[in-house]
Write a protein of this length. Structure first.
Length: 86
């Protein structure tokens, strides 16, 4: 019996009032809705370590804890990256 395949987990590091963050969230959500990954939105202002590391340099997208991109997220490139991980 095969073990279940675990989907990549995405974390969108963002903050309230950030227009780029608000643009990135629907992109990540649409990719997750296609069954390619799980995801969560993380407010950097609620985590001192993240705030110190990223400051105003958001959004940042992590795939399984590894930084993949900052600022703008291209849905097609993200889908390709996740497909390559499958």
């Amino acid at each position: 019996m095969e073990s279940p395949v675990s989907l990549p987990h995405l974390q969108l590091l963002s903050r309230r009032g950030c227009c780029l963050c608000d643009e990135a969230a629907p992109v990540v959500q649409s990719v997750a809705a296609a069954g390619l990954c799980s995801w969560e939105r993380v407010d950097v202002d609620r985590d001192k370590a993240l705030l110190l590391r990223y400051g105003n340099d958001v959004p940042v997208l992590l795939i399984d804890g590894v930084e993949w991109c900052r600022h703008r997220i291209d849905a097609a490139l993200l889908r390709d990256r996740l497909a390559a991980m499958a």
